[in-house]
Ligand binder design. Structure first.
Ligand code: GAR
Length: 190
């Protein structure tokens, strides 16, 4: 059984999707062994509701050092699921190849510092992009720069707003995240 540690900062709908995908067999041979949040958020409540071990490490300059102490050595994959703190390079290097992130756009476009959540969708609409989507990628010390594992796009229509784009991106995330996790953990594509 592979051990997943999930990092969250927000409502945790992607965390919920991962929990459900493990329950229904879409993600095989895995368990969420720990959820870590960098602030009070509903993602933490979801962990509690499922009796998953959970820790709050307040965000700030010591976050990565504290995180390093809390991640069990037998962790197979660290999954950033709507996680908003930037991890220190030393942490990314130590867990190289074992940290993945979901990003709400088609990287390498609309990534980097400050590009998270609604900021991404505002920028996409502002730039009059013809498409957006979601990307699952490995985490390296370069923000949103690690190797892409899986990406899926959709067409933006004239009626789309940052809010409707956000909803469409979320649906794509729920589709590709379990597939990407299964691929990295078990080297299989469902
Ligand atoms: C997701 O859309 C995720 O891609 C984004 O935050 C949202 C979290 O939703 N992550 C980032 O912007 C990270 N740069 P959730 O809490 O409902 O899973």
């Amino acid at each position: 059984m592979k051990n997943l540690v999930i990092l969250v900062s927000g409502s945790g709908t992607n965390l919920q999707r991962i929990i459900d995908a493990i329950d229904n067999g879409e993600i095989r041979n895995a368990k969420v062994s720990l959820v870590i949040a960098d602030r009070e958020c509903y993602g933490l409540e979801r962990a509690k509701n499922h009796n998953i071990e959970n820790i709050l490490i307040p965000r700030g300059k010591n976050f990565s050092d504290e995180l390093a102490k809390q991640i069990p050595q037998n962790t197979d994959l660290i999954v950033l699921a709507g996680f908003l703190s930037i991890l220190k390079p030393a942490f990314c290097e130590k867990w190289s190849g074992k940290i993945i992130n979901i990003h709400p756009a088609l990287l390498p476009k609309f990534g980097g510092k400050g590009m998270w959540g609604h900021h991404v969708h505002n920028a996409v609409i502002e730039a009059k992009e013809k498409e957006s989507g979601a990307t699952v990628h490995f985490v390296t010390s370069g923000i949103d720069e690690g190797e892409i594992i899986l990406q899926k796009s959709f067409d933006i229509t004239e009626d789309d707003t940052p809010e409707t784009v956000a909803e469409k991106v979320h649906l794509i995330e729920y589709e590709i995240f379990p597939i990407a996790i299964n691929k990295v953990l078990n080297n299989v594509t469902i």
